[in-house]
Each structure stands twice: as C-alpha cells, then as structure tokens.
Design a protein around this ligand. Sequence first.
Ligand code: GLP
Length: 236
Amino acid sequence: MRPLYVQIKDYIRLNIQSGVFAPDSCIPSERHLARQFGVSRLTASKAVKELIQEGLLYTSVGKGTFVNSRTIDQELEALTSFTEEMQRRGQRASSRVLYAAMENATAEVAKALNILPGAEIVVLSRVRLADDQPIALETSSVIAALCPGILQRFDFSRDSLYQTLRKAYNIHIAYAEQTIEARQASQHEAESLDLDKPAPILHITRVTYSDRPFEYVRSAYRGDRYKFRALLRKIE
Ligand code: GLP
C-alpha cells in the first residue's frame, strides 16, 4: 500500500495530466483534500508541498495553490484517446469495428468497473488504424447505464469513443490505470492486425475513470509499430 500522501500526490498529478485541474487553476484546498482522503491536514499538506517542490504547483499567498502551466505541456501527453494521439503524430486515425453489442459484465469486468456481475455493458471491439495501417486491436467495455443508446446513435468506425462520451454523455476523463505486458499475438489478434505469426504484441489492460471507473479495455498493440513513452520522476 502506497503511503497516503503519495496517493494524494498521484491523484493531483493525474488530474493535472488529464486537464481536470487546468493550467493556472486553483486546486482543492488542503482542508478539502484531507477530508476527501480521510487523512490529517498535515498529510495533505506534505503532498501539496512536494508537488510545489517538483514544480507542478505554485502558491499565491492568501489566494491558494495553483497548477503550474509550464509543466502541463510536458505532462499532458499521458492520457489521450487513440484519435487524439494519432492527430498529434500527424497521422489519420480510423477504425474497423469487429464487434459492437450489449453484454452482461463478467466477474472480471464487473470488478474493474465496480459494478455487479451481470450488469449491462457496451462492448466495442475495434481494429485501430493509423494512415490505414492496423496498429491495435482494442476491446472496450463501458457501463451501459452511463451512455444509453450509444451503439444506435454513433458509428464507431468513424466516431471517437472518448469524444462521444464527453460530448453526448458528459463523461469527462480524469485518469486511467494501465498495465502493459509483452506476449505473442493470439491467432485472432494476428489476423486482425495483419501479422504473420509468431509476432510480438504489447498487451494493455486499462481502467479509465471519470469520477468513477467507466471503461475497461484490453488492447493488443503491434510490437513493431508502437512505442510507449513515459516521463519518470525520482522518488525521494
Ligand atoms: C486509447 C485507449 C482506449 C480508448 C481509446 C479511445 O486507445 N487506450 O482505452 O478506448 O483510446 O479512442 P477513441 O476516442 O479514438 O475512440
């Protein structure tokens, strides 16, 4: 279990990366953070102080603590949609929808999304392409109650899932947790991604949060066409 002040730091950092705490906006007060995390004011204060030292935040006497706008430009790259990421790289994103339907959540998905097993989810499986080249096979499960009618109203061979969730359902992404592991492509993944077997893929499992977890994703990225980049900070 990570120390509580580190968890508060992570929470603030992720909200900055995702733009929930906008550049030069005031972050919640230490008193508010202490109440939200059920910790002492001293613990919340330690988290904020360290982020000030790291240059992510700055204080203005008598006014509060603010997000340092210079740092965000570097950090923002962290959480994007496939469409946004391809645009950033100057490539054209498109998708081939392999499957789009309502299902009942399995125990694994229900646990990740904090819903009851059997609750309705929207399952969307897409091959994601950059300049018409297949890059990834992504299967997203989204809580159906949060986005009624999404499959009837939108065409995900064209539409961005995140943009749709934001614009049509007011779901704003705050942060995501993901694990990445290397393995060989399965038969289905190899076929979907035009790979000759045996070929390596990066397998990613991700839970995406607004004020609650709303999306569970399993993706296979082609090992030869995708690179992850991360900004790492030394932990004191
Ligand atoms: C990335 C994420 C997926 C997410 C997708 C949405 O690829 N890894 O979890 O579902 O973006 O992309 P878009 O909004 O382009 O549909």
